[in-house]
Design a protein around this ligand. Sequence first.
Ligand SMILES: NC(=O)c1ccc[n+]([C@@H]2O[C@H](COP(=O)([O-])OP(=O)(O)OC[C@H]3O[C@@H](n4cnc5c(N)ncnc54)[C@H](O)[C@@H]3O)[C@@H](O)[C@H]2O)c1
Ligand SMILES: NC(=[NH2+])NCCC[C@H](N)C(=O)O
Length: 704
Amino acid sequence: MTDAIRFLMCPPDHYDVDYVINPWMEGNIHKSSYDRAVEQWQKLHHTIKDHAIVDLVQPEKGWPDMVFTANAGLVLDKTVVISRFYHKERQGEEPYFKAWFESQGFTVHELPKDLPFEGAGDALLDREGRYLWAGYGFRSELDSHSLLAEWLNIEVLSLRLMDDRFYHLDTCFCPLTGGYLLYYPPAFDSYSNRLIELRVPPEKRIAIDEPDAVNFACNAVNINQTVIMNKISDNLKSRLSEAGFNVVETPLTEFLKAGGAAKCLTLRVTEPIIEDRHAATQLESRTVCLQGHLLDAGLINRALDLVVEGGGSFQVQNFNLGEQRQSTSSAQIKISAPSHEVMEEIMSQLIDIGAFSLQEDVQDAKLETVHQHGVSPDDFYVTTIYPTEVRIAGEWVRVQNQRMDGAIAVTEGPSGPIARCKLLRDLEVGEKVVVDVMGIRTIRKAESREQRNNQEFGFMSAGVSSERRVELIVEQVAWEMRQIRDRGGKVVVTAGPVVIHTGGSQHLSRLIRQGYVQALLGGNAIAVHDIEQSMMGTSLGVDMKQGVAVKGGHRHHLKVINTIRRCGSIASAVQQGVITSGIMYECVRNDVPFSLAGSIRDDGPLPDTQMDLIQAQQHYNQLLQDTDMILMLSTMLHSIGVGNMTPSGVKMVCVDINPAVVTKLSDRGSVESVGVVTDVGLFLSLLVKQLDRLTSRYDAKTAV
Ligand SMILES: NC(=O)c1ccc[n+]([C@@H]2O[C@H](COP(=O)([O-])OP(=O)(O)OC[C@H]3O[C@@H](n4cnc5c(N)ncnc54)[C@H](O)[C@@H]3O)[C@@H](O)[C@H]2O)c1
Ligand SMILES: NC(=[NH2+])NCCC[C@H](N)C(=O)O
């Protein structure tokens, strides 16, 4: 027996499963046997007594989980940080544990009331005493980690728990003598797994599988070379014995019903300190503000979800609720993250939804110089579709050429700094690029409940049938297109070959002829199949009038390509009378510019298809300038390309038969995009009909 080692346990006099605060307790209320629990607890008690001294804390009636003394607090030398339980069901245990520690002469630290931390259940010392592993995600709050570092003067490594079955760190993580670690990797997020791998060398990591994990193999008591646990597989037992450990199994099935086992039932109260340790944590905190229709537009939920999903935690410090329907709300939120890397990731997403720093915290944007053409310094801020400003020398500067997936380059102009969105490939040596997330803000329009409800989202929740929904959207799109045409605005269409196969060619041709389309973007295929239909009456070899495949029709499109190549271009084929109808014909005849971007699967290609993709992107970008609306018609490839180049504020209508594609295209987090899941041919025919109806009504009205 090692006299120096002491454990605290609590007899199970009042133990039972009385409530549900973890998934193991579900379905187990009052299902544990008192006699068996006592017998199992005593066996564990004896086993531990063979290796150490066991102190007992008096069990208290009404606090059935008090047996789990691991949650009493966190001990280092003669200092203890008393637990602040997350669930009210366990909060009543706190004073009893506090009294016990005081009676034993410990220096007691108490966390603020609203900062949960569940003791040694969520904080485990590396057995060499070098640092403290601390869990968060379910019970303990990340912000408690900085206080642990300060009070215990130790480096704290924060680990995020992801699986609610392993809600306490000690259910899936067990540091062992000699620097070994027994753990269940899927219980952690990838950042935490990386941190574990950085600190624990591969030969010391004993990763376990799910069957052992759910038997609480990680919830083990380690005393020197002995490891005491509920149950273990033969395979894991031999791995542990290869590492020099002797495993003692002692069944604790009655306690598993409450979500605990050997380690949970004990608290080591002699944790020696090493001298050359120091307080450290990589934890970072920032305070951000949000303004707008925070509740109506669901912005506050989105912000808080982003923080939690990104691996951080939050504290809403202030919330001013706008009381009238039209008034906006504001919130001040403290964000914490386990490292700078995670904080940057969270902050960049919060900036995207319009969060900004407190006035007094605002700093200038961090700039770094480009040293290689077309290569940004690492850590550059990736732009979004939203209007963005960067703070340079104390002034907010609006970023020009706003688009998604660029970097912000800053140069000195004659009347001050100029900030521009640039693609990586266009960055020039010597230019400065905005890195990190400081001094950046996006300007978001406050989206009210009404605005959101006017969009497709509103139709969906209103329980409208899908056909009626398509009609409603078509009415709205038609109304907008007519207004844009009347005021000399700009509508750009991206279209895939399905437009032709579904009989939409005649409708799109008509829209072009009637002045509703100001530019057409697509690939080789839309032009090839349109011209095939015009010249041979087929689309991909299918007769468009009869709907049947024409013999040898599969070669039609190649013959068409050959003919246009002979003419030199689509425009000269129109001029020579080779093409006499169709979408491309209407573009040429009505001076509507088009851009065809090449792809790996293109046949030919047509002479007009731009196979240099950088040139193609530039041409697309040029045609998209000053656009009011983009109609995206059944081409995922070209529509996504266009979406990336387009700043917010441009109305987008995405039509595709596949709901996943529509969601991907229209999910820009802005009210301006509308998704329509339907056949593109049908959509175009409805659109043309609606425009006719609108125009005749309009003409009739103005005629009166
Ligand atoms: N012969 C050729 O040269 C040739 C032929 C085909 C494609 N391509 C090229 O390949 C690239 C990708 O082609 P893409 O844009 O057609 O493919 P894509 O996969 O990007 O998009 C096709 C989209 O149409 C949707 N769709 C299918 N049927 C529909 C319907 N009835 N109504 C509405 N939506 C429907 C699909 O869900 C899909 O999202 C393009 O650059 C194209 O030019 C070339
Ligand atoms: N250190 C532990 N994992 N303790 C287990 C605690 C079990 C208890 N029922 C709870 O949910 O809080």
